[in-house]
Design a protein. Structure first.
Length: 445
């Protein structure tokens, strides 16, 4: 019997103790598609078992890839780890005398990671009475300790290494409460080049922040309304939208709608009327600062309690983008890992400097996120290195890989954070949001 069926008991009448423990592990890791709740202990065990099997390289022909929590596949697909056939048999098959589960049998009787879980389940963790900040620090320390318990496969098993790395990242991030910023942050997500991931970055970072205990607002300034679609917000012509705020001076909070899939996430939608706002704004007084005044009015007298306001801009440098940059103090730039994106970045920086000198002295580039990173190509690595060289403080450590799940999520009216929270794209955006929150809490903006 192979381990790819369900990581259960072998078919022999008297299973060994290691097999019994592995069967218990399989039953504990039955995470369904309908729930987003993943226990840290389960992730640790799954990653450790999978990492050990991948390190040995001579166990079962296939290992269930961490049961969706560790591999980034919520459906629990099986990833094959092919091993060379035994040359001692004429038909090329493994010898019957070779134990199938030898990679698992070599796990120590009482491994370190299992002792951590027993202590946690027994309630041995000391109670922290030093306030929320100390609790966050203790929680992070616990997560780092659990992540360190994951074994590291050798360089000859790249799949096992990737599995172990993703498991460590998920342990450190899943369920973690992000710290609040020193003061509410307003970020304009802008890049004049289209297709670099502005809308995708806006909605997924906002969703990750909201899932981690912060209140986030997405202002959709793109007439296409893609951010509104991704958050499941109606944005047909009759819906009150950001157009009414810019042109008719409607209160911002009157057009804000809650996102039904993520708690603490809100959206000011865009409608097709916004396509004509560029022309209508030309004749209005203080046309460049209308959004800034609307946000300021919403915050007066405790009108809103948003920790983060992210403004999704159209792929242009018109009046809508200028309004967004005047309203914000920070610019968040997603950059696709291709050279066309680098060419557009220089022009964007010139416009930011122009707005800073004439309209908004506090405006600055605070965050740069590398998107659509393909680790198989040298081009992506070269672009990433060049951007990091020119912007060492602004570029986030996290890079967002190309992910089909990220592209599929908007068709269901969801972000990837709820559509497939175990995918590599969701993990990357969650990690990027954590970096953003840590910088805000430390005042490094």
């Amino acid at each position: 019997m192979t381990m790819s069926t369900n990581l259960g008991w072998p078919s022999e009448p008297d299973p060994e103790p290691e097999h019994r423990r592995l069967g218990w592990l399989a039953r504990m890791l039955s995470v369904s598609r309908e729930t987003d709740e993943v226990r840290v202990e389960d992730v640790v065990l799954a990653g450790a078992a999978a990492g050990a099997a991948a390190t040995e390289g001579r166990g079962a022909e296939s290992v269930r890839a961490g049961d969706a929590a560790a591999t980034g596949d919520a459906q629990g697909d099986v990833i094959a780890l092919e091993t060379p056939a035994d040359s001692s048999t004429p038909d090329g098959q493994a010898s019957p005398s070779t134990p199938v589960d030898n990679a698992v049998d070599e796990v120590p009787t009482t491994p370190a990671f299992e002792r951590e879980i027993r202590a946690s389940e027994a309630g041995d963790k000391p109670v922290d009475d030093h306030g929320p900040d100390a609790q966050l620090k203790d929680d992070r320390a616990d997560r780092e300790a659990l992540a360190a318990a994951i074994p590291t496969p050798g360089t000859d098993t790249p799949l096992g290494r990737e599995l172990a790395d993703n498991t460590r990242r998920r342990i450190q991030l899943t369920g973690r409460q992000f710290p609040k910023p020193v003061s509410p942050r307003v970020l304009t997500v802008a890049n004049q080049k289209g297709g670099v991931g502005k809308t995708t970055t806006t909605v997924n970072v906002a969703a990750a922040l909201a899932q981690s205990g912060l209140r986030a607002l997405v202002i959709d300034l793109d007439p296409q309304g893609n951010a509104s679609t991704a958050l499941g917000i109606d944005h047909h012509a009759e819906v009150p939208s950001i157009y009414d705020v810019l042109v008719d001076s409607a209160p911002l909070l009157d057009v804000v709608q809650p996102c039904s899939t993520v708690e603490n996430l809100f959206c000011a939608p865009a409608t097709i009327d916004l396509a004509g706002a560029e022309i209508e704004l030309v004749s209005l007084v203080a046309r460049e600062s209308r959004l800034q005044k609307a946000i300021a009015a919403a915050g007066e007298g405790g009108g809103h309690e948003f920790d983060y306001i992210l403004i999704d801009c159209p792929p242009s440098l018109g009046l809508l983008t200028v309004n967004a940059m005047v309203a914000a103090s920070e610019v968040f730039i997603p950059i696709q890992c291709e050279y066309y994106a680098l060419e557009g970045l220089s022009q964007l920086l010139k416009n930011i400097d122009l707005i800073k000198r004439h309209l908004n002295p506090t405006l600055h580039v605070s965050t740069i996120l590398l998107t659509m990173y393909d680790g198989r190509t040298r081009l992506s690595a070269q672009v990433a290195d060049e951007v990091r060289e020119h912007f060492p403080q602004e570029v986030l450590r996290t890079t967002v890989p190309r992910s089909v799940r990220v592209s599929e999520a908007p068709s269901f009216g969801e972000t990837v954070m709820t559509y497939d929270p175990a995918s590599s794209g969701a993990l990357a955006y969650l990690e990027a949001a954590g970096e953003l929150a840590d910088r805000g809490a430390a005042g490094l903006t």
